[in-house]
Design a protein. Sequence first.
Length: 53
Amino acid sequence: MNEYIRNIVKKLIAKYKTTSPAELAECLDVTVFYNPLGSVWGMYKYIKKNIVS
């Protein structure tokens, strides 16, 4: 599974010519929400077979 994900990431980096997560999210039309989380470093939520960040 790790190799599969690595290959996808490599293809995205080559296609969009960036390694910036923010720029990749924008290119892929992914909405990123920024909120203060205190001591939490990040999170995601799984709803009805969809991952919601």
